[in-house]
Write a protein that binds this ligand. Sequence first.
Ligand code: HEC
Length: 110
Amino acid sequence: MKNTKLILISTLFASTAFINTAHADVIDRATILANTCAGCHGTDGISQGPLTPSIAGLPKSYISESMYDFASGKRASTVMQRIAKGYTDEDIKALSKYFSKLSNKPAQGE
Ligand code: HEC
């Protein structure tokens, strides 16, 4: 049993180490940033429920404008103000570009 655990742990270690080195230069910053949005907006910006809108495929300018308007409070929001405030101009630019390139699908139940 102890051995099995040890093997499991070392396999996990080995695989994370592998992922880190093998993909370090493949996964860009925008992809990492976008992972934070996936929890609510769904994988690749396709929402799984009616509470959050899908953001994939929205126009780049619309996404960045929304982020700035949420951050400033110009656009009302439940959670996006807190989230939008945490990103730099550069991040918002990268995120807007990233999501605008994905194909859109409305949230389920919308
Ligand atoms: C905690 C859940 C949550 C997370 C995480 C989240 N969002 Fe949102 N997002 C929402 C909700 C809910 C709305 C609807 C507005 C509101 O009530 O805040 C929204 C709305 C939006 C809109 C407007 C969409 C439209 O159709 O007008 C954009 C753009 C957006 N989010 C981008 C992002 C980006 C980019 C990230 C990642 C940096 C992100 N969101 C992370 C919950 C979330």
